[in-house]
Design a binder for this molecule. Structure first.
Ligand SMILES: Cc1cc2nc3c(=O)[nH]c(=O)nc-3n(C[C@H](O)[C@H](O)[C@H](O)COP(=O)(O)OP(=O)(O)OC[C@H]3O[C@@H](n4cnc5c(N)ncnc54)[C@H](O)[C@@H]3O)c2cc1C
Length: 423
């Protein structure tokens, strides 16, 4: 039974689905289409440059690409080069794995000042995402506030607070390295609306904060005695571990560390201060009332030159794509006949690479179960014709492997690759 399948997005959700389709439907034709020249979505452009172990998941994706039924079609954007309607006409199954790449707004005064960044653009900048290489963020002379209490916030703190020697073995881009090296930020503020017992970061990321060579974490406004609650036993365990780790951090001796991470719990930003560029952040103390976080009316200010919000992402829609707020409209992953969605585009920006694996495999199996049977749709050959008529130059997986080789070849000493960031 030869199905023609288009997977939009080459992040983890796309690749795990491709693997399932290829294994369960031998002889089908699978196109993994991505708007970028390079595959792997947030594994390349989100996962922190000093977490190379995590990035190595791409080896699994490479094995999927060894299957002759699977193609990578890079530099093709749905909504720009090919429309959603055309896609549905060409393929039996359309599997949307487009992630969530837009920054959610803080919605407070001063958000348009120079020096305010969303984490998608900031992380994209240091990770060499072509959309953000020219960001040139303003860093220093004063501190930087990072809004959010998740793993992304911790990643940003680490990348900014580590010395370049501590980035040994990473793939931090040279443009980011130069800029970070040229600043000497001594104060990092991580702001959470809730307490340590509710923080979303995971124990392994929290633990890394205790191992920074030059930055000492200080826990503010939380005595770490609140007992975590959670219906999900795994999350509860993580939260209990988090508290243990934070207690350890609290007892740590500063030694001669000259940088400070101020972990401000129970505080929400209410205004970014400054005339043209960021000069400070105004915050309000918060508390829980009937299970909801509310402001107490007590405010305070911190002096910072930059504000980075790491409070979540929204899916970037294209014409015709049904949306439900910030995600693709779906019923347990089904969008419409023959169209499915998985990963961050399905449920928003929660879940790690392993979570996406399970979910995408299940979604792909469902798509197979519901596949009506062979059709006269054109599939890959129809796509090629359309792209050729529109003079779109695509990138296949062999092209990507050549790009990768060049990147590895160009690596500076102590770095694993020098990413090519413009194409
Ligand atoms: C900063 C950061 C750090 C993270 N660190 C970790 C970590 O250490 N460990 C971990 O397990 N998880 C981590 N995650 C989470 C992990 O990256 C996500 O769970 C995962 O990448 C989501 O996969 P996805 O396939 O749904 O989306 P993505 O990985 O975002 O992939 C979406 C793909 O779709 C493409 N696309 C979008 N729109 C179109 C279009 N119109 N046409 C064609 N292509 C399109 C994009 O270019 C992209 O390649 C991190 C996330 C972030 C943001």
């Amino acid at each position: 039974m030869s199905a023609k399948i288009a997977i939009i997005g080459s992040g983890p959700s796309g690749f795990y689905a491709a693997d399932t389709f290829a294994k369960k439907l031998p002889g089908c034709q699978i196109d993994i289409i991505d708007r970028l020249h390079t595959p792997f979505g947030l594994v390349r452009a989100g996962v922190a440059p000093d977490h190379q172990g995590t990035k190595n998941v791409t080896r699994q994706f490479e094995r999927t690409m060894q299957n002759d039924d699977v193609r990578f079609v890079g530099n093709v954007e749905i909504g720009r080069d090919v429309s959603y309607e055309e896609l549905k006409d060409l393929y039996d199954i359309v599997f949307l794995a487009i992630g969530a790449s837009l920054d959610r707004k803080l919605g407070i005064a001063g958000e348009d000042l120079k020096g305010v960044y969303g984490s998608a653009e900031f992380v994209g900048w240091y990770n060499g995402h072509p959309d953000f290489v020219d960001l040139a963020p303003k860093l220093g002379p004063k501190g930087v506030a990072i809004i959010g209490n998740g793993n992304v916030a911790i990643d940003i703190v680490r990348v900014l607070a580590k010395s370049m020697e501590e980035m040994e073995g990473s793939d931090l881009c040279v443009h980011a390295e130069d800029r970070i090296r040229a600043t000497n930020i001594t104060d990092f503020y991580m702001i959470g609306r809730r307490g340590a017992a509710q923080a979303a970061f995971t124990p392994s990321e929290a633990n890394e904060l205790g191992h920074l060579a030059h930055c000492h974490p200080v826990i503010l406004n939380d005595d770490l005695t609140e007992v975590p609650e959670n219906d999900d036993p795994k999350s509860l365990k993580n939260k209990e571990k988090n508290l243990e780790i934070l207690k350890g951090l609290k007892d740590q001796d500063r030694g001669d560390k000259d940088k400070t991470l101020h972990m401000q719990f129970w505080a929400k930003p209410i205004a970014i201060l400054g005339d043209d560029q960021v000069e400070g952040l105004k915050l309000e103390r918060t508390e829980l009332k009937d299970g909801r976080v509310t402001g107490t009316g007590k405010t305070f200010e911190i002096e910072v030159s930059s504000v980075i919000s790491a409070i979540g992402y929204a899916t970037q829609p294209f014409d015709g794509l049904p949306m439900d707020g910030t995600i693709v409209r779906n019923k347990e992953g089904a969008v419409e006949a023959g169209v499915y969605v998985s990963g961050w585009a399905k449920h928003g920006p929660q879940g790690t690479i392993p979570t996406n694996r399970k979910e995408s495999m299940e979604m792909a199996k469902r798509a197979i179960d519901e596949f009506a049977g062979p059709s006269d749709k054109q599939g890959p050959s129809g796509l090629d014709q359309l792209l050729s008529e529109r003079s779109v130059e695509t990138v296949d997986f062999d092209n990507w492997k050549r790009i990768e080789q060049q990147e590895e070849h160009a690596a500076r000493e102590g770095r694993v690759r020098e990413k090519i960031v413009t194409f």
